[in-house]
Design a protein around this ligand. Structure first.
Ligand code: GDP
Length: 138
């Protein structure tokens, strides 16, 4: 079991002014923010981050969307962080996400679903390294 996960507040949630609500929900649910940055992903960065989906029909649209505006990336710390955060964000499709989850509150549709959350400890480690050096973690 790991104690960290990587989240991204996606462009539409940011442009909808939902970032404050998402960050306060994260803190209210016992996650500590270890690192955080607002940035705009380049196309190669978005393609690399989602490379596991490169053969999926939605890959092109997903990369377009993720590069369409700024995001906030953060490393979150909590015991059993990956699983706990997946519970807090809800299903991939906001229409199917339980009430009170971040995707139900701030998601628009299956693509613009407010946030990313790592799906395994191994991916959390890789994704944290993708965005943050050790000097940027507190
Ligand atoms: P997650 O782990 O819940 O984020 O879901 P996945 O790893 O399956 O997909 C990664 C991201 O791709 C999702 O968060 C969505 O932004 C997007 N996505 C997943 N499925 C679809 C789909 O069927 N259509 C579109 N347009 N985007 C999708």
């Amino acid at each position: 079991m790991n104690n960290k996960t990587l989240t991204i507040i996606k462009p539409k949630a940011l442009s909808d002014n939902c970032a404050g609500k998402i960050l306060s929900t994260i803190n209210a649910n016992g996650f500590r923010i270890q690192a955080m940055r607002m940035m705009r992903l380049t196309r190669p960065q978005a393609e690399a981050f989602y490379s596991v989906h490169k053969d999926r029909p939605f890959f092109h649209d997903l990369v377009e969307f993720m590069t369409s505006g700024p995001i906030i990336a953060a490393i979150l710390e909590k015991e059993n962080a990956v699983e706990e955060y997946r519970k807090l964000i809800g299903s991939t499709n906001p229409d199917e996400a339980a009430d009170e989850t971040i995707r139900a509150m701030c998601g628009t549709n299956i693509q613009m679903n407010a946030v990313h959350g790592s799906d395994s400890d191994e991916n959390a480690e890789q994704e944290a390294n993708f965005f943050f050096s050790y000097a940027e973690r507190f």
